[in-house]
Design a binder for this molecule. Sequence first.
Ligand code: ZN
Length: 287
Amino acid sequence: MRDFSGDHTALSLNTATVRKQGPLNEILEACVRLDIRRICPWRDQVQAVGLDRIAAQVRDAGLELSGYCRGGFFPAADATGLKAALDDNRRAVDEAKTLGSPCLVLVVGALPGALNGKAAYTDIALARTQVFDGIAATLEYARQVGMPLAIEPLHPMQAAERACINTLEQALDICEALDPERGGALGVAVDVYHVWWDPKLAAQIARAGREYLLAYHVCDWLLGTRDLLNDRGMMGDGIIELRKLRGWLEAAGYAGAAEVEIFSEHWWSRPLDEVLTTCIERHRSVV
Ligand code: ZN
């Protein structure tokens, strides 16, 4: 297993971790200042500054992406909605390509409209079928341009609003159906926050193997979680056995970044450099 204690070359910053502290160009400047060489930006953060401008900044600073967030949200109430989702995913693939990302992360979606408080339908099996079809269609385009897609299973508490793929097993079933040759076109993003509780986790990480393990997201699960979306913990402040989980991934062949992704009102309220410095310390001591 890799030793992270001496440096933080494997640390990637998912830029949502400091999304409230400033625009993406300033976040990237801070990364360079603190020698964080890898990032995973979000589409809205990129768009707020401008795709070409961020792509140039990434290039000039010699930064590397560990992923691009995000595509997905495939289910819809009608054909127009399904088509709009596919068009949007195509744009996300193109943006990921422009930024030189190694993959596009997919938060696949769930009951259409649920995120805004009103579900257009309640058939989660239908949502899962639409997700499968949406990934298949997007994969066709993504293969053409050479952009791997990384399915991120989300904790089942998000099954209505954000993702009806809730376990690594489900995600890998789709990978094996659509990319059985393990050619690198499709894989998974393993986010500890979403999967740490899964009794099948170790076995499914082993099943995934190097070819399907495209991204690894870290944070921590706080006891007494107050908000299901925006109360993630800093690594080391909760109960996830981070070293053990990384050991499982690395035993399966994963050698990529440990990407810090913390949605937290607490950490969003702290100064940018304090958050990044803490991420570096914890990366070295507990990740
Ligand atoms: Zn994640």
